[in-house]
Write a protein that binds this ligand. Structure first.
Ligand SMILES: [Ca+2]
Length: 419
């Protein structure tokens, strides 16, 4: 296919009709209503889809563009700099208000990257973790009130008498002595399980609530818990900074564990991000073979695992009835076949690189790249693969003042910014 140019309003418009994404992209209706804060239309290059490998499954997408969207290429010159390779299995990266980076290391320590790019010594102080397999100290989120409360929130896999459990903790950080104080576990996504896979677990903060993702614990024994509200597997949880359920949570009145559940039906969500304009919550989900997803998370929705999926078991067998849709179960807005193993993600909430404004960046482990997804009206309209030449497994990505930071399983931190 010949490359074409398309003018896309990067400001998300609610005026597009619901059927708009079904139309061929060059036939989208012209927006006639005035838009509150008009932005200059940004033109992006559209190319053939970036994925050219054979698919692992033969499923048909539910709508046009749900997989293998058109490709795109960043035209603004940008640099990729290796800042350090001294991290040890970094898992989550967030930014302190002063611009320093805060990075978790899976084995149970925290590092701070100073503004001069020097790395602090490892900061310890966490409770006993299960650091085997996919477990350990996982995500970090900086309190929106950090300057007054010095609080950091963490997800981690706690070691317990009967295995391990995904959990949420908080602590205060003394930014002068670089010590952690008042470490408290505020939530356990019960029950414990004797396994080392699929802990989730990413976290974002919106309106003073913690949104936390969990996984299905990677066992046939535990997989079906995802569809039940009485446990913490395969969910998006919503809680206060003290770990209390939010009273407006959709299943709150059912009591018990259901009080914490905001959405369900996920397999292993290692990426959460809030859209800069709409504040919509996006979640990646690491699917089985050929079924990785991006989901738009809404209260009470069921995202279908393990009833519907675009993937198959790793041995090639179908999952459940081998179906991709069912009444009452929410479709992913996008999926990848073959899998890229999507992990952390962030929206580019800046116009320093104008064509990236409000794009979603997804760190890919198996895919060994940073995916850039151009999103319009909650649909992926274009995909680009960045940093593919580095051969790294990308675990998380964060943005600050128009600069992207991404960490890799090999212990590297890269900075990506406009040249
Ligand atoms: Ca799903």
């Amino acid at each position: 296919m010949k490359s074409t140019f398309l003018f896309i309003l990067l400001s998300l418009s609610l005026t597009l009709s619901a059927c708009a994404p079904q139309l061929p992209i060059d036939e989208e209706p012209i927006i006639e209503e005035p838009i509150d804060e008009p932005t200059e239309p940004i033109d992006i290059v559209l190319t053939d889809p970036v994925e050219i490998s054979p698919r692992d499954n033969n499923f048909e997408p539910a709508f046009s563009g749900q997989t293998r969207s058109q490709g795109t290429i960043t035209r603004t010159p940008y640099s990729v700099e290796l800042i350090t390779s001294d991290l040890v299995e970094p898992w989550g990266v967030d930014v302190l208000p002063d611009g320093r980076l805060i990075i978790t290391e899976k084995r149970g320590t925290l590092r701070i990257l100073n503004l001069d790019n020097t790395l602090s010594s490892p900061i310890a102080g966490f409770p006993a973790l299960n650091t085997l397999g996919q477990g350990g100290l996982l995500d970090v989120a900086v309190s929106p009130n950090f300057e007054s409360d010095a609080t950091l929130f963490f997800t981690l896999s706690l070691r317990t008498n009967s295995g391990s459990v995904s959990a949420v903790a908080k602590a205060t950080l003394d930014t002068k002595t670089l010590s952690l104080n008042d470490v408290q576990v505020i939530h356990r996504a019960d029950p414990s399980f004797n396994g080392n896979g699929h802990f989730g677990s990413r976290m974002v903060i919106k309106n003073n609530a913690l949104y936390v993702s969990t996984g299905d614990r990677q066992s046939f024994e535990t997989r079906n818990n995802v569809q039940l509200l009485n446990n913490g597997y395969g969910k998006i949880l919503r809680m206060t900074f003290d770990g209390e359920p939010i009273t407006s949570n959709p299943f709150y009145t059912q009591g018990g564990y259901a009080r914490f559940v905001y959405a369900l039906g996920l397999r292993n969500t290692q990426g959460l991000a809030l859209h800069p304009i709409t504040a919509s919550l996006y979640a990646s989900d690491m699917g089985p073979r050929g079924g990785d997803e991006i989901n738009l998370i809404e209260s009470s929705n069921n995202y279908g695992w393990p009833i519907i999926t675009y993937g198959s078991e790793y041995n090639g067998q179908r999952i459940g009835q081998g179906i991709t849709s069912q009444e009452g179960l929410t479709q992913p807005i996008y999926y990848w076949d073959p899998s890229i193993a999507p992990s952390g993600m962030t929206f580019y909430d800046s116009n320093v690189i104008p064509e990236w404004e409000n794009n979603l960046f997804v760190a890919a482990l198996r895919g060994s790249h940073l995916a850039r997804l151009v999103i319009d009206d909650d649909r992926v309209v274009a995909e680009e693969r960045l940093l593919s030449d580095l051969g790294e497994r990308f675990r998380d990505v964060s943005v600050h003042d128009g600069v992207l930071f991404t960490i890799t399983d090999s212990g590297r931190l890269y900075r990506i910014r406009k040249e």
